[in-house]
Write a protein that binds this ligand. Structure first.
Ligand SMILES: Cc1cc2nc3c(=O)[nH]c(=O)nc-3n(C[C@H](O)[C@H](O)[C@H](O)COP(=O)(O)O)c2cc1C
Length: 176
């Protein structure tokens, strides 16, 4: 049963999806976790992008998806067959999330990680990790939809980092 304190006020009127800023604001009402997607870049460069568009897609076969802005300088790293990893961040890794959300020539400065066999950087101390290969991409609107086939994964106990209405949040258990 819903407690009185969680009931919301009267619904707002529907508005057409033309005001991009208002739509972005509305999208922010969907709480998500936070990931850093990593991949080998050109030459010895490494790619790392904070992304909350990550979602599970299929168990058989094991597929995940996320989307990358078409403005990203890292687009070339996500062509079919190329390896990448999704690093699910835990509470306390907010600075890391911000480091990978800012354009920089050296996003990995000071970051703890190791390279897997396919030269994908795997960040240390994450809640979960999914090692993937790009299975499918499609430009849709202003983003590239990237579907990854999961090849290996790990996860561990810990508290997640959440993102809601433009702010990092922590998880609070519902009282029994
Ligand atoms: C919490 C959070 C979630 C984000 N999610 C995405 C996302 O899903 N896709 C995306 O393209 N950018 C996302 N961004 C923005 C990118 O992290 C940011 O533009 C970053 O600089 C991209 O790296 P690049 O400059 O190498 O492309 C997110 C930023 C934050 C803070």
């Amino acid at each position: 049963m819903t407690s009185a304190t969680t009931l919301l006020k009267a619904e707002q009127p529907l508005q057409p999806a033309m005001d991009t800023r208002a739509l972005r604001n509305a999208m922010g009402h969907f709480a998500t976790g936070v990931t850093v997607v990593t991949a080998p870049g050109e030459g010895n460069a490494l790619v790392g992008i904070t992304a909350n568009s990550f979602s599970s897609l299929s168990l058989e076969p094991p597929l995940i998806l996320w989307s990358l802005s078409l403005n990203s300088p890292s687009l070339a790293a996500f062509q079919e067959g190329q390896p990448f990893a999704v690093n699910v961040l835990c509470q306390g890794q907010e600075d890391l999330a911000m480091q990978f959300a800012r354009a920089s020539d050296d996003k990995f400065s000071g970051v703890e990680y190791h390279l897997n066999q396919r030269q994908v950087p795997l960040l240390a101390h994450t809640l979960a990790q999914f090692e993937c290969e790009v299975a499918f991409t499609r430009c849709l609107g202003d983003h590239l939809l990237i579907v990854g086939r999961v090849q290996a994964f790990r996860c561990q106990e810990g508290e997640p980092m959440l993102f809601f209405k433009g702010q990092f949040k922590t998880l609070e258990a519902v009282p029994a």
